[in-house]
Design a protein around this ligand. Structure first.
Ligand code: FES
Ligand code: FES
Length: 175
């Protein structure tokens, strides 16, 4: 029999106590066990970003991590970010700017986009300038670089960028 472990996590604000096969990825826990199918499986190998969720405030590829490693963690998925009746500002901006076509990559894009603005606001150094001492710029290039782990087969990148810049603007992030 496969080894199992107990794990307790908070997912979208709800406590979950489960006993899981040690080999179950966080992505499969979300989709297969908890039926939170907003988080998508694209490649299952860390290459597309469709499975991006927020764990303890940081974005990760949920396909690349085992669920049992997240005992005590707080996980937020797209279902915890907004609903059709109460869109998160980033979701609303994606709608307003046509930041998607098929929508498959969108939950991961939205999770990443929110985290990117938090990373910039928190002063996490620029990937583009490589300057560890200056605050990161909120440039289109910087956002493209920070979003580069989230692929879009439909090529909706330009519209997503507009959406993210708009949210940054309304949040008062410096240009
Ligand atoms: Fe996780 Fe592609 S499904 S990165
Ligand atoms: Fe289709 Fe991005 S909207 S993959």
């Amino acid at each position: 029999a496969a080894a199992t472990s107990p794990v307790r996590l908070t997912i979208n604000g709800m406590d979950q106590a489960l006993t899981l096969d040690n080999r179950v990825s966080l992505l499969d826990l979300l989709r297969e066990h908890l039926h939170l199918t907003g988080t998508k499986k694209g490649c299952d190998h860390g290459q597309c970003g469709a499975c991006t969720v927020i764990v303890n405030g940081r974005r990760i590829n949920s396909c690349l991590t085992l669920a049992v490693m997240h005992d005590g963690d707080e996980v937020t998925t797209i279902e915890g970010i907004g609903t059709p009746d109460h869109l998160d500002p980033m979701q609303a901006a994606f709608v307003a700017h046509d930041g998607y076509q098929c929508g498959y990559c969108t939950p991961g894009q939205i999770c990443s986009a929110r985290a990117v603005l938090e990373e910039i606001a928190a002063g996490i150094p620029s990937h583009v300038t490589g300057d560890l001492n200056a605050p990161p710029p909120l440039s289109a290039e910087e956002i493209r670089e920070r979003m580069s782990g989230n692929l879009c087969r439909c090529g909706a990148y330009a519209n997503m960028l507009e959406a993210i810049l708009e949210v940054a603007d309304t949040q008062g992030l410096p240009a």
